[in-house]
Write a protein that binds this ligand. Structure first.
Ligand code: SAH
Length: 213
């Protein structure tokens, strides 16, 4: 077996052993090469199950957490999805293979630009990436079937709850930014919202306003 093939096998094995069992999610994660989304010094660690630094002092999430969040989101091929926190673009690329349309926003212009280059390179034409403060959602494109937030707020932002369709699902980390946070799944019903706590996680904080670069 080549090194690359063995690396990929280990990568997928680590995902499964951490509870990522959904065949569609595993297949999307097999197709999208995480190595393209990690630049510079840390590129050689791209296939390890750990978060890694990216531009603008942010991080690309741990692959097993990406897998578990994607799995909890239960995306259908007809869904319009909003991601808050584009970062490297890795999570959005995976979602783009599972959904009809993905909107992803980040407060850092530079991250959005770099992610857009990768989406083009990979011919992922159903992703729209924009610079915006995602805590306000994307009112022009709302409502969404699915919303995923990859930065931690103390509580689910009101505008995001409001932009979720009835029957829609939102997955996000909540809690203080310097402590362990909880990954939660919010389902919008006819009458309100149902909350389910999934597991402890640690994300960078959801920050107000646009970034400086
Ligand atoms: N999903 C990413 C990882 C995201 S890291 C990936 O797959 O690589 C969290 C990201 O959230 C950072 O890039 C940060 O800039 C962004 N972020 C933080 N607060 C935000 C806000 N209010 N609006 C939009 N993006 C925000």
């Amino acid at each position: 077996m080549t090194d690359a093939a063995e690396q990929k096998m280990r990568f997928l094995y680590a995902l499964r052993s951490k509870g990522v069992t959904d065949a569609r999610v595993l297949s999307a994660m097999e197709k999208i090469d995480r190595g393209l989304f990690v630049r510079g010094l840390f590129a050689e660690r791209a296939y390890e199950d750990m978060p890694l630094p990216i531009s603008c002092g942010q991080t690309i999430s741990q692959p097993s957490v990406v897998g578990l969040m994607t799995q909890a989101l239960n995306v259908n091929t007809r869904d319009k999805v909003l991601e808050v926190g584009t970062g490297s673009g890795y999570q959005a690329a995976i979602l783009s293979l599972l959904a009809r349309r993905v909107y992803t926003v980040d407060r850092h212009r530079r991250l959005v630009r770099e992610a857009q280059e990768l989406f083009q390179q990979l011919d992922l034409v159903n992703i729209t990436a924009m610079t915006a403060d995602g805590s306000f959602g994307l009112p022009d494109q709302a409502p969404f079937d699915r919303i995923i937030v990859t930065a931690a707020a103390e509580d689910p932002p009101g505008p995001l709850l409001a932009q979720l369709k009835i029957g829609g699902i939102m997955v996000l980390p909540v809690g203080q930014s310097d402590a362990v946070q909880s990954l939660i799944k919010v389902t919008r019903t006819e009458t309100g919202f149902e909350y389910e706590e999934l597991r402890p996680v640690r994300f960078v904080p959801l920050v107000e306003g646009l970034g400086s670069e």
